[in-house]
Design a protein around this ligand. Structure first.
Ligand code: HEC
Length: 176
């Protein structure tokens, strides 16, 4: 009997010991739920940048127009724009609208051409600066435009083309 009691006592004692150790280690390790996942990925700035790249700033084209090369602009127009645009008076609409007198013309206003709702909704007239943005990166300036053109990255090229467009009008708009 004595040995049974001793064994039972030992079992009880070690069970108690295990409980105590368990409580103590719980208290020491102190597990608790994190308020946020430790590896949470911030979902503000970087993802927004990927979804909608900030519009690229370009310096005003106005000051470059007086010294621009109209003949170089004409050659560039024929190479880069003419596949989609005529520019002569009364010229046909092609993939894009005729561009006679486009400087200061209300946007998306040429008769007989079906514009995208993106351009129709832009509003205002085609100032030199707005044309510059349009031919720099059409889809950045008018998100969703039908003008499927990569753009003219060189400022001098854009100045030359705009100076040429200016001459293609009944009364060329004054230079800025
Ligand atoms: C691949 C065909 C294509 C090329 C190349 C192209 N365009 Fe366009 N362009 C269009 C289309 C289509 C529109 C109408 C856009 C819309 O409705 O969203 C347009 C619209 C425009 C407009 C606005 C006209 C208006 O009546 O509101 C201007 C200005 C313009 N283009 C200038 C140019 C110039 C300058 C070039 C050459 C540097 C050029 N485009 C090259 C297809 C083209």
């Amino acid at each position: 009997m004595a040995s049974f009691n001793t064994i039972a006592g030992c079992v009880l004692a070690s069970a108690l010991f295990a409980m105590v150790v368990g409580k103590v280690s719980n208290a020491v390790v102190h597990p608790h739920k994190l308020d946020k996942p430790a590896l949470a990925v911030s979902d503000d700035a970087p993802t927004q940048t990927a979804a909608a790249p900030a519009a690229v700033e370009i310096p005003p084209i106005g000051p470059k127009l007086a010294g621009a090369n109209v003949d170089a602009g004409k050659a560039l127009f024929q190479k880069q724009c003419f596949s989609c645009h005529t520019v002569d008076k009364g010229g046909a609409n092609k993939v894009g609208p005729n561009l006679w007198g486009v400087v200061n013309r209300p946007k998306a206003s040429h008769a007989g051409f079906t514009y995208s709702s993106a351009l129709t909704g832009k509003g205002g007239d085609w100032s030199y600066e707005d044309i510059d943005h349009m031919i720099f990166k059409p889809n950045a300036y008018v998100r969703g435009t039908k003008m499927a053109f990569a753009g003219l990255p060189k400022e001098q090229d854009r100045a030359d083309v705009i100076a040429y467009l200016r001459t293609m009008a009944d009364t060329p708009a004054p230079l800025p």
